[in-house]
Design a protein around this ligand. Structure first.
Ligand code: AGP
Length: 606
């Protein structure tokens, strides 16, 4: 996720900005840049790579007391010097840094180019500097207000200009931005920890609010009418380490809680008039006449692929094979004509997944990547890419990357169903509505965290645990078991509940926790029988079920209830208590939650 810092005060601005950016670098940084106002005008330095690379180029930097800086995590355009922020207009008068995504940047860019503006980068952000140039008539604040009126999407923006050298103008919509209040100095920060060393007093900007920072003060106003806004100062009492995690004790918990936001970002610009669309990718051509879909991934990404298989087969009626990348690459796969391969990878660098991609490419199979990292190998080598937009995931255990991958599986399946005419339009509209409602429902599910923690208090000393489910619930059970093993080191196995009696039941004895997912209405009675089988062997049932399943709830020793939802859409809700269960178990067992033993975030070796 990109980071923004601004400084207006009496100190040397560049070191202030760099110190702030250092605190944001953990969120992901593939390039960085600064822009300051000097006596000679705008001075900009920006470089691809880590922040330390930018620092190497700051020797002999000019003195300035006003400026902005940015760490970029690429969305539009590969990581490169030219795509790094700040971006400027044709005359180099307006320097802009931006977090978020400008959805309508393509038509805006075309329109500005027709008016004679010349673009340097591939980014969505650059339209902003040209828009401001176009709107500027002697008042920077007005120009920014008029420019953002053209935008669709999410943004936190900061602008500096030598035409009005004493100010930074900032605006936000759907992307965080704070104003730090110091003594004769003011800071702009996309995240509180960035400037906590200088101040703990903040104005938290809301959507549609604008801030103008000068060395003597801050003016807050509404973007819509320009009227001044007065708001309370928010005082932060977190310690700096906690602050990096936004107050959460671990990145994993922070990332679990980021899921409603992440899912909204995945859907942003991809839902219109009750339909799914992928404006950046010609997916209709890509998927035309497809006869078979293969999906590969590793670990959590493979589990997302399993949900994808279920959905594509059910909704779009295309046969799908899903496999673990490290197995798939050594199989003698039969590729029917008109097959496509979907590779799922958070990092886009997993060696086994990449090997499958390359082999498929060699055979002339078209490849669609579902990944989180722009410019990653998977993204570069695939024929088409759908980004998950989860933002950087720091914790080794994947949470928000998984849920955004699963969400994209829904979106691909619904898109294909429409394209192939396998579902009537009103059913598609209903499904899209269900998807759009998920972030709010996840917010509700997250409220179960304390309840889940209380449950783990009773079972964290268990040496093994089982996860059961049928249909979609089985796929979520697999992910729940992986999470628990990975971070709490408890031996955990997931089974399709019907398989229990074919061997696994022998392992159930008094007190063994059996986490049972029961969200599929049509499989409820079958699950009830499986629960009874476990209870007859004195196993302990921890049920993850949805509102209204009263009969099942009575049978469980512990229950976590998710809000009612169509059974097709429960996976993105039922996985949340499982992530929390793994998290609280790991904490209770004193494990290193974010960096589990023997594991790496990105597995770039076979
Ligand atoms: C999940 O919690 C894991 N850390 C792991 O299974 C991961 O999903 C797997 O290594 C694949 O990584 P990728 O998505 O970056 O390809």
């Amino acid at each position: 996720m990109c980071g923004i810092i601004g400084y207006a005060g009496y100190r040397d601005a560049i070191p202030e900005i760099i110190e702030g950016l250092k605190k944001l670098e953990y969120r992901g940084c593939d390039s960085a840049g600064v822009a300051v106002i000097t006596d000679d005008g705008l001075w900009i330095e920006k470089r691809e790579g880590r922040l330390s690379r930018l620092e190497d180029y700051l020797n002999g930097k000019p003195q300035a007391t006003i400026g902005v800086g940015h760490t970029r995590w690429a969305t539009h355009g590969i990581p490169s010097d030219v795509n790094a922020h700040p971006h400027v207009d044709c005359q180099g008068n307006f320097a802009v840094v931006h977090n978020g995504i400008i959805e309508n940047f393509s038509p805006l860019r075309r329109w500005l180019e027709q008016k004679g503006h010349v673009f340097q980068s591939q980014t969505d952000t650059e339209v902003l500097s040209h828009l401001i140039e176009d709107c500027y008539q002697g008042d920077l604040v007005e120009a920014v207000r008029n420019a953002v009126a053209h935008l669709k999407g999410s943004y936190a923006i900061a602008v500096v200009s030598p035409k009005e050298p004493d100010k930074i103008v900032a605006v936000r919509k759907d992307s965080t931005m704070m104003v730090g209040i110091g003594e004769r100095e003011f800071f702009l920060a996309s995240d509180i920890p960035a400037v906590l060393a200088r101040t703990n007093r903040f104005y938290v900007l809301e959507d549609g609010e604008m801030a103008v920072l000068t060395p003597t003060g801050v003016r807050l106003s509404s973007v819509v009418d320009g009227n001044e806004i007065h708001k309370d100062v928010f005082t932060v009492d977190w310690d700096p380490i906690q602050a990096e995690k936004n107050g959460y004790p671990h990145f994993m918990l922070k990332e679990i809680h980021e899921q409603p936001r992440a899912l909204r970002d995945t859907m942003r610009g991809r839902i219109a008039d009750g339909r799914i669309e992928f404006p950046d990718v010609q997916l209709d051509l890509f998927l035309q006449d497809v006869q078979k879909v293969f999906i590969v991934g590793c670990g959590t990404a493979y589990h997302a692929g399993m949900v994808g298989r279920y959905l594509i087969e059910k909704l779009a009626r295309v046969p799908v094979e899903v496999d673990i990348a490290s197995e798939f690459r050594y199989r003698e796969v039969l590729w029917p004509e008109k097959s496509i391969l979907i590779v799922v990878s958070q990092s886009g660098e997993t060696a086994d997944t990449l090997a499958v991609l390359r082999e498929a490419k060699r055979r002339g199979v078209k490849i669609l990547a579902v990944t989180n990292v722009v410019g990653s190998s998977v993204a570069r080598e695939a024929d088409a890419v759908l980004y998950t937009w989860a933002g950087p995931e720091i914790s080794v255990a994947s949470t928000k990357a998984y849920s955004t991958q699963v969400l994209l599986m829904y979106m691909i399946a619904i898109f294909m169903a429409e394209q192939r005419g396998t579902l009537p339009p009103e059913v598609i509209t209903g499904m899209v509505k269900e998807l759009a409602a998920l972030p709010d429902k996840i917010l509700q599910v997250l409220e179960c965290s304390a309840g889940v923690e209380a449950i783990t208090g009773k079972y964290h000393q268990a040496s093994s645990a089982f996860f059961l489910g049928r249909g979609l619930d089985h796929m979520i059970a697999l992910e729940g078991a992986l999470k628990l093993k990975e971070i709490s080191y408890i031996h955990a196995e997931a089974y399709a509940a019907g398989e229990l009696k074919h061997g696994t039941l022998a392992l159930i004895e008094e007190g063994v926790p059996v986490i049972s997912l029961i969200t599929q209405d049509d499989l409820q009675d079958k699950m009830m029988s499986n629960i009874k089988e476990v209870k007859a062997r004195k196993g302990t049932i921890i049920g993850i079920t949805k509102e209204g399943m009263a009969k099942i709830i009575e049978e469980c020793d512990e229950v976590v209830t998710i809000p009612n939802a169509d059974q097709l859409f429960t996976p993105l809700l039922s996985v949340i208590p499982l992530q929390l269960l793994a998290y609280h178990m790991a904490v209770a067992r004193g494990c290193d939650v974010d960096n589990p033993r023997n594991l790496a975030k990105s597995v770039t070796v076979e």
